[in-house]
Design a protein around this ligand. Structure first.
Ligand code: HEM
Length: 493
């Protein structure tokens, strides 16, 4: 059937258009994205496979002049990638002028990339995106060096340490939720409130700042940190004033100086905050971090811990507001715990909240993709990948594939329980925290933080949508953010 697109688009070549019925299956795609998806750009190979290798070439195209497929990526989010998977298969060459790479879609590709058996994939895939601001963070280190650092850092996340962190998290959460949040107001925006809260938690748990103490410094550090995160997404990527990228580099300088001073203070001191713990920890062979290592790790940890937890908590609150039966089920468990101090054991009893957390994180996965770069010529699912190729696995897409999940867009936390166990349909069906050597080191920390917040919230308020039929809309350009800040009404109980 020929295409029937009535309004011509000045950038599009009419002759190259074709009709793709399945584009209509993706409700997240707007008019512009649909029109672009109905366009067939000239296809070419990433590279010719070596003769006789039996490998297939990876095909793709460059999209529109100058901007490539940026519109579909930014506006379509996971729906665009689902569309690629459905129409082009698991490996698609995106010959982007900004960052050319191969989209590796589906759980089989994720398995090869995460498990990285032959050490073919390096973390340097992340460098063009966040390297300037999160230089030498754990996620950006490779192979032997990464293992060396990870073994030392692991000591800061053992259960005995987590016990101390939960105690501190709970203090901040209880104080902020009780005093700062506005009830009975449909204009109250949950996302920014949670973002401030998770930053307050990080200030205390990571750096040992008591809530309210040394307010000016904390504010300065927090804003510098927010700036580095924002700069990673800058469109104009140059260190020239007054562009965002330049502001990000200035902010990174401030953070480096700040943490360098703090490391000097904390060496040899006792304390339960993460910074002091990193100053003390050593691996079984007595290896310790240098001062510079701690500075780099702290800046990365702040980033890794913050928006991920904020997005997950926001989506949990939204889904509970939209699904009052699940809200009540979670509250019943919280009521059984009561308002006493929390510890790991008591948080483990909140089993329904675990299911809701998994489902919220599946539906809106905070880390939508994992970036890698090949360090040698290699093979992926029978296709040829030359050395130096950026390869991007997409857990955010795998979490929505109809072959893995029943009615994938439905909020249905019971899919994680016996006998359904949908997350076990493939070993790499559900990887919100990654997999292999770089699997999230803060997974348990993050889960404990999120459950602490949700428990305190459910004990104090009934969560309601701002109006009947309200549906959240997410911006997937980075770690997903609700476009309207997520208005949720807090009704005091
Ligand atoms: C809901 C919350 C979180 C989610 C969904 C999440 C997700 C992830 C994912 C997918 C990765 C792997 C990235 C890759 O393969 O390239 C990762 C790595 C990492 N995460 Fe998390 N994270 C969360 C919370 C946290 C927290 C709270 C911390 C710290 C306290 C943290 C620290 C890290 C670190 C240091 C790495 C790098 C690990 C390595 O390379 O060895 N994350 N995270």
């Amino acid at each position: 059937m020929p295409a029937t697109i009535s309004t011509p688009h000045y950038l599009l070549d009419q002759a190259r258009r074709r009709f793709t019925p399945s584009v209509n299956n993706f409700p997240g795609m707007g008019l512009v994205e649909r029109r672009l998806l109905n366009t067939q750009f000239p296809e070419h190979k990433l590279a010719d496979p070596p003769p006789g290798s039996g490998l297939k070439p990876i095909l793709g195209d460059a999209g529109l002049p100058v901007i490539g497929h940026i519109i579909e990526m930014l506006r379509g989010g996971p729906d665009y990638l689902m569309f690629l998977y459905e129409t082009k298969g698991p490996l698609v060459f995106a010959d982007s002028p900004v960052l050319p790479g191969v989209a590796a879609l589906g759980p089989d590709a994720a398995q090869v990339i995460y498990s990285n058996r032959n050490k073919d994939y390096s973390q340097q895939g992340w460098t063009p995106v966040i390297g300037a601001f999160f230089n030498r963070g754990l996620m950006l280190l490779d192979f032997e060096e990464h293992l060396f650092h990870r073994r030392i850092m692991q000591e800061a996340f053992v259960r005995s340490r987590l016990v101390g962190y939960v105690d501190q998290m709970d203090k901040v959460v209880s104080q902020v939720i009780a005093s700062d949040w506005v009830a009975d107001d449909a204009r109250f925006l949950l996302y920014p409130a949670l973002k401030r809260l998770t930053l307050d938690i990080a200030s205390m748990v990571f750096m040992g700042h008591e809530p309210g103490a040394d307010h000016e410094t904390v504010q300065k550090v927090n804003s510098a940190f927010t700036m580095t995160v924002r700069a990673g997404n800058a469109i104009i990527r140059t260190g020239v004033p007054p562009f965002t990228w330049w502001r990000g580099l200035k902010a990174r300088d401030l953070l480096e100086n700040y943490f360098a001073e703090r490391v000097k203070e904390r060496r040899g001191k006792k304390g339960n905050d993460l910074l002091t713990v990193l100053c003390q920890t050593e691996d079984e062979d007595g290896n310790r971090f240098s001062d510079e290592d701690i500075v780099n790790h702290m800046i990365f940890l702040m980033m890794a811990a913050h928006d991920t937890s904020t997005t997950t908590t926001t989506n949990m609150a939204y889904e509970l507001a939209a699904n009052p039966k699940w809200q009540q089920r979670c509250r019943d468990e919280s009521d059984r715990l009561g308002d006493g101090p929390l510890d790991i054991g008591s948080l483990e009893k909140l089993e329904s909240l675990d299911l809701v957390m998994n489902e919220a994180i599946r539906l809106v996965s905070p880390v939508q993709w994992a970036m890698r770069r090949t360090v040698r010529d290699t093979e992926l699912l029978g296709y040829y990948l030359p050395k130096g190729t950026n390869v991007i696995a997409y857990p955010g897409v795998n979490h929505r594939l109809p072959e893995l999940w029943t009615d994938p867009m439905k909020f249905d936390p019971d899919r994680f329980t016996e006998p359904r166990n949908e997350h076990k349909r493939h070993r790499y069906a559900f990887t919100p925290f990654g997999g292999g050597a770089h699997k999230c080191i803060g997974m348990t920390f993050g889960q404990l933080e999120i459950k602490t917040i949700m428990h305190r919230l459910l004990r104090r308020y009934r969560l309601e949508l701002p109006r009947p039929g309200y549906t959240a809309k997410w911006d997937y350009r980075t770690i997903p953010v609700p476009m309207d800040g997520m208005p949720i009404v807090l009704r005091p109980l």
